[in-house]
Design a protein around this ligand. Structure first.
Ligand code: SF4
Length: 281
C-alpha cells in the first residue's frame, strides 16, 4: 500500500498532546480561501520554486521536476509529494519514538485531508497502534461515513475542523457544503470518540459563525477542547513558489478577535481556548 505525503514535521507541539511528528498527506477535497498548507491541496506531486533562494547555478537545467529538486543545492526547488509505502512511512515516523514516549506524544496524521487517501491512512494508523504509538487524526470531516467509522477505533483523538455552521458561509469559504462535515461530527460524538475541535477564525469571513458553532457544539459529547486558531497569511510565499492563485484573505485576525471568540464559546459551556502558537504577536 502506497500513498503521497507532502511533508513530515518533527517536534511539533501544536498538533495534539506532547511532542508529535506530523505527516501531511497530499490532497484535500476542500479549498479553503485561507489554507496555510497550499502544497497539500493538489493530489499530485508538485515542485515549488522559491526564487529568492536560487543562485543561478544551473544544476537544475532550468527544469522543475523531482530530479531537478534533488539536484538543487540551495533548497530553491522543493518537491511536495513523495510516495511512501505504509511501512516506510511508519519507519520514518518512528524515528522520533523516544520523544513520544518521554512527552506523552505520538503521531498526527494531517494534510490536506489524510482520509482522502483512506486505505493508506488507515493502514498507517493501524501499524502505529500496533506499536503502541498514539495516533491523532486531523480531519476536515468531508469524508465518507464508512471511512470515519473505520478510522474511529484506530484514532486516539480526532482533531476536527469546524469552519462554519451556515452552509452558505461554508461554501463561500471552502467551496463545499458542510452537511456531511457536521453530520460526521455528530456521528463521532455519538460513537464516544475523543474530539478536539478547531475553529480557524478569519475575520470578515467566518467570525460571524462563532455563536452558531457554540450552539452546534454544546450538546455534543466527547469534546476535550475547542481551539480557536488565529488566521495568518504566512503561506503567501508558498502560493507564489507553487504558481498557485493566492486566495489568502487580506484582513488579519487579531489576538483580541480570538479572545472574544473564546469568551463567546465558553458561554456555551465549551472548553474553548486560544490555539495560537505562543510567541506570536
Ligand atoms: S539548481 Fe536551484 S539554485 Fe541552481 S539554478 Fe536551479 S533552482 Fe537555482
Amino acid at each position: 500500500m502506497t500513498g503521497l505525503i507532502s511533508g513530515i514535521k518533527r517536534m511539533e507541539i501544536h498538533d495534539g498532546d506532547g511532542i508529535r511528528t506530523t505527516a501531511f498527506f497530499k490532497g484535500c477535497p476542500l479549498k479553503c480561501l485561507w489554507c496555510h498548507n497550499p502544497e497539500s491541496i493538489s493530489f499530485a506531486p508538485q515542485v515549488a520554486k522559491f526564487k529568492e533562494k536560487c543562485v543561478s547555478c544551473g544544476l537544475c537545467g532550468e527544469r522543475r521536476d523531482p530530479g531537478a529538486a534533488e539536484a538543487c543545492p540551495t533548497g530553491a526547488l522543493v518537491l511536495y509529494g513523495r510516495t511512501y509505502t505504509s511501512d516506510a512511512l511508519v519507519d520514518e515516523l518512528l524515528r522520533d519514538e523516544a520523544f513520544f514516549r518521554k512527552s506523552g506524544g505520538g503521531v498526527t496524521l494531517s494534510g490536506g485531508e489524510c482520509l482522502a487517501q483512506p486505505d493508506f491512512a488507515l493502514e498507517t494508523a493501524r501499524k502505529l497502534r500496533e506499536r503502541n504509538v498514539s495516533v491523532f487524526l486531523d480531519t476536515c470531516g468531508f469524508v465518507p461515513r464508512s471511512v470515519l467509522e473505520a478510522a474511529a477505533p484506530l484514532t486516539d483523538v480526532f482533531l476536527y475542523d469546524v469552519k462554519a455552521v451556515d452552509p452558505a458561509v461554508h461554501k463561500a469559504c471552502t467551496g463545499r457544503d458542510n452537511a456531511l462535515i457536521l453530520e460526521n461530527l455528530v456521528f463521532l460524538s455519538e460513537k464516544g470518540c475523543s474530539l478536539e475541535i478547531r475553529y480557524p477564525l478569519v475575520v470578515g469571513f467566518n467570525d460571524g459563525e462563532c455563536e452558531k458553532i457554540g450552539a452546534f457544539l454544546r450538546p455534543l459529547r466527547g469534546i476535550r477542547r475547542v481551539k480557536v486558531l488565529r488566521y495568518h497569511p504566512f503561506a503567501a510565499s508558498r502560493y507564489e513558489a507553487l504558481e498557485m492563485e493566492n486566495t489568502l484573505p487580506a484582513p488579519l485576525t487579531q489576538k483580541r478577535d480570538v479572545e472574544n471568540a473564546v469568551r463567546l464559546l465558553r458561554r456555551f459551556g465549551l472548553p474553548a481556548e486560544d490555539g495560537t502558537a505562543p510567541g506570536r504577536p
